[in-house]
Design a protein around this ligand. Structure first.
Ligand SMILES: Nc1nc2c(c(=O)[nH]1)N[C@H]1C(S)=C(S)[C@@H](COP(=O)(O)O)O[C@H]1N2
Ligand SMILES: [Mo]
Length: 428
């Protein structure tokens, strides 16, 4: 198994890029010496040609919500961007507990949830990285030892709208503010256990998890690939990586992946594939088109690193949100301002709040629990006089990751981790 430091994204990406070139070289019969020459002259941009790929198309196409593709009942105040997306309403979370109720949890679907017959549904585990490819029925999975993990799932595009606002450039795709995140208690079977049953090899490198729906990489629907994502074996077999069948104590709702999904705590939302039917374990890195093209930061600040079209995204970053309407209108009285902060790489150790648009900062009180890969709730007293306010919050995690004031642009508007100004009007 690999011992890559997954928290060091630069290392991870570079290792994958080098490995790709090496793979291409060996299959092209290139000598080790020539390979090293190529490496030395690589400026990151497809010296080896790269894999054949379709023209770049945006992953998420905003459409008018006519017939919603969401099945669950929706509480009032929900934010809808398109037929298959729902943003969590932060104001409604004010004073609620640690977990987001299932009906309130954000949804990011490209299609309506596929339907399954649980008596015929199977999960297949196969590939060069396992000795005994096998299938599991739903009943077999339910009968296996299970654990429950409290963890966030967050879309890589959460906060996309702040790129538009900071740079005044319109983006396509879902215009999330900060509600494309939720924390739930997920119950299921550790993926490591399932992979063990399939006889995972010590030489396994990558795990591809595939859903039953199409990934719709191109808007014309001509791409027939199933929605999938790839994680390295180290993440697939990590302690809290799960094959999930229950969410907050209920059977996994159709919108969230029924009968089974995976969770890889901390990794961006799309890695948490829903409606899964197949897991492929490979002894060689899997360079899937989706990951190469879509799970990357692209733009002037992020040159392509062949075969990746930009800088590969793995873990989520640090963000904070107030439990307030956007914009909020309050009356002039005493408040307990509340919010939550989170990090994909660990747990939050400090949250600072500014009530004056970033001039002065004070520490917020952190509330228990504070689970890694989930979030922490915090609060601060505020007794405002009438006026216009820009409230800001800035969190720091246990690895020292924090929220900068500005974030360099990327073309898909992913991973906005900057400090955000929450507009509030206080009336007399
Ligand atoms: N099969 C499948 N899995 C999927 C998706 C999808 O469209 N199809 N969307 C992904 C994305 S982009 C996100 S952000 C999360 C959202 O999970 P949720 O809808 O349960 O909140 O699911 C991921 N898993
Ligand atoms: Mo997403």
């Amino acid at each position: 198994m690999s011992d890559e430091n997954l928290f060091d994204q630069e290392d991870y990406l570079q290792a994958r890029v080098d490995e790709y070139i090496w793979q291409q070289s060996t299959s092209a019969g290139i000598s080790r010496q020539r390979f090293l020459q190529i490496l030395a002259t690589m400026a990151g941009a497809g010296a080896m040609g790269g894999l054949a790929r379709s023209a770049p198309a945006h992953a998420e196409t905003a459409s008018k919500a006519k017939g919603s593709k969401i099945i669950k009942p929706l509480p009032p105040g929900y934010i809808s961007h398109s037929k298959g997306t729902l943003e969590m309403n932060w104001e409604a979370m004010y004073g609620r507990g640690y977990l987001v109720p299932n009906d309130w949890f954000y949804v990011h679907n490209r299609h309506a949830p596929p339907t399954f017959d649980l008596s015929t549904w199977r999960l297949r585990i196969e590939g060069t990285g396992v000795n005994t490819p096998c299938e599991f029925t739903y009943d077999e999975i339910i009968a296996m030892p299970s654990i429950s993990v409290t963890s966030a799932i967050e879309c890589a595009a959460n906060g996309r709208r702040f790129f538009e606002e900071a740079y005044n450039i319109p983006l396509s795709g879902t215009r999330w503010r900060l509600g494309a995140i939720g924390v739930a208690e997920w119950t299921g079977v550790p993926l490591s256990l399932l992979l063990e049953r399939a006889g995972v090899k010590a030489t396994a490198r990558d795990v591809l998890v595939e859903g039953a729906d199409l990934d719709s990489l191109d808007s014309k629907g001509t791409n027939q690939a199933k929605f999938s994502s790839v994680v390295p074996i180290a993440k697939a077999t990590a302690d809290h990586s799960l094959l999930v069948y229950a969410m907050n104590g209920e059977a996994l709702p159709p919108d969230h992946g029924q009968p089974c999904r995976v969770i890889f705590p901390g990794w961006s939302g799309n890695a948490n594939v829903k409606w899964i039917e197949r897991i492929e374990v490979s002894e060689t890195p899997i360079y899937s088109q989706w990951v190469l093209d879509q799970m990357v930061l692209t733009g002037a600040d992020y040159p392509a690193k062949s075969p990746y079209r930009g800088k590969l995204i793995t873990y989520q970053n640090v963000k904070s949100a107030f439990e307030l309407a956007w914009p909020a209108t309050l009356s002039a009285r005493k408040y307990l301002l509340r919010g939550r902060s989170w990090s994909g790489k660990g747990k939050i150790v400090r949250v600072e709040v500014s009530l004056d648009g970033g001039k002065t900062w004070q520490l917020a009180r952190l509330r228990e629990p504070n689970f890694p890969f989930a979030w922490v709730r915090w609060d601060i007293e505020w007794h405002p006089v009438p006026g216009e306010y820009a409230l800001q919050a800035r969190a720091t995690d246990n690895l020292g990751n924090t929220q900068p004031n500005t974030v360099p642009w990327n073309d898909f508007g992913l991973l906005y981790g900057g400090v955000v100004s929450h507009p509030v009007t206080v009336q007399g």
